[in-house]
Design a protein around this ligand. Structure first.
Ligand SMILES: NC(=O)c1ccc[n+]([C@@H]2O[C@H](COP(=O)([O-])OP(=O)(O)OC[C@H]3O[C@@H](n4cnc5c(N)ncnc54)[C@H](O)[C@@H]3O)[C@@H](O)[C@H]2O)c1
Length: 306
């Protein structure tokens, strides 16, 4: 929108919130449609960023059949829209297509290690089918597709209660509650800041490369290290509490981003502590909010880095 494009946002508000887009309501380039992509959608568009899907384990496990429908029927609807309008479509896939990986770090050529009937399967297999559908439409109907395999991403405006590591730790630390770790905490993750992801998605959409590309930050830490960094950043008052390990929880997660560097000339630029500081600041303001009309708007200059 800031570049002059007209943007339609389609959301059924399952995990999204009106509060996240309220600052754009009334903007000349912005239009909001409250719709579920499992139902067909008729619009005229040039590009489609297909991001709709529950994304955190508690949300995608809450209604696994709906998660599969969104990633299969919903993806068919989005690919059908791309076919009809001759728009290019970017599918938001995930590092979860690699499952609990036996190859580390994970390159795009790795086919994955996914349990097809486990509790995460509705999401992992849903996204795998979404990728399959994208290339079937490309082959059969000449649809121009892009596939981003997104690794763990965090930042302001993420859902406060969706059980993701960063938001959980930040909120627990701000509320002086124990930071809860599932299992030993030796499992690793690599977190990227949201503006790095957005830059990568826009570059991929506008590139000539049509096979899947990992978009993530290879800066890998153990979960216990993340807990300590966030605890120190917030004030250091919280203890750490270990809960039983979660079934099928990947033990190691780090993207190999050499392909993105080569074909997109992209790599993440926001250091972990800077991104976390912005996220802590956002959640601190959210927790202090007392009335509905309180806004949590970013500084206007922040849009220049998005
Ligand atoms: N954040 C991450 O770490 C991460 C990692 C890998 C992949 N992804 C993918 O990126 C995309 C965006 O994730 P996010 O982290 O911004 O999550 P999010 O929950 O903030 O955004 C997903 C949006 O999709 C909407 N949605 C869900 N089902 C829908 C449906 N049937 N119809 C219309 N809208 C629907 C939700 O209401 C929400 O606004 C998802 O596809 C997710 O799988 C995210």
């Amino acid at each position: 929108m800031m570049d002059g494009h007209e943007v339609f946002v389609v959301d059924n508000y399952f995990t999204g919130r009106k509060r996240n887009i309220e600052q754009w309501l009334g903007h000349e380039n912005f239009e909001m449609l409250h719709q579920d992509i499992v139902n067909p959608l008729y619009l005229e568009v040039d590009q489609i960023y297909h991001l709709a899907s529950p994304a955190s384990p508690p949300h995608y496990m809450y209604n696994p059949v709906k998660t599969i429908k969104t990633n299969t029927v919903g993806t068919i609807n989005m690919l059908g829209l791309a076919k009809r309008t001759k728009a290019r479509i970017l599918i938001a896939s995930t590092s979860e297509v690699y499952g609990d990986p036996e190859v580390h770090p994970q390159p795009e050529t790795y086919w994955g290690h996914v349990n097809p009937i486990g509790p995460r399967a509705c999401y992992d297999e849903g996204k795998r089918v979404a990728e399959t559908l994208a290339y079937a439409y490309a082959k059969q109907s000449n649809v121009s597709v892009r596939v981003a395999r997104i690794f763990n991403t965090y930042g302001p405006r993420m859902h406060a209660n969706d059980g993701r590591v960063v938001s959980n730790f930040v909120i627990q630390a701000l509320e002086d509650k124990p930071l809860t770790i599932y299992g030993s905490g030796d499992q690793t993750r690599s977190f990227q800041y949201v503006s790095d992801l957005v830059n990568g998605l826009v570059l991929l959409m506008n590139s000539n490369y049509s096979l899947p590309v990992n978009i993530g930050n290879p800066d890998e830490h153990s979960i216990i290290t993340f807990a300590n960094i966030i605890n120190d950043m917030v004030g250091g008052g919280s203890s750490i509490e270990h809960l039983p390990a979660v079934e099928d929880d990947p033990q190691r997660r780090r993207p190999d981003i050499s392909l993105a560097k080569r074909v997109l000339d992209w790599e993440p630029t926001v250091p972990l502590k800077k991104g976390l500081a912005k996220t802590v600041d956002y959640f601190r303001k959210e927790l202090q909010r007392t009335k509905h009309s309180d806004r949590n708007l970013p500084e206007i200059h922040e849009y220049s880095s998005l």
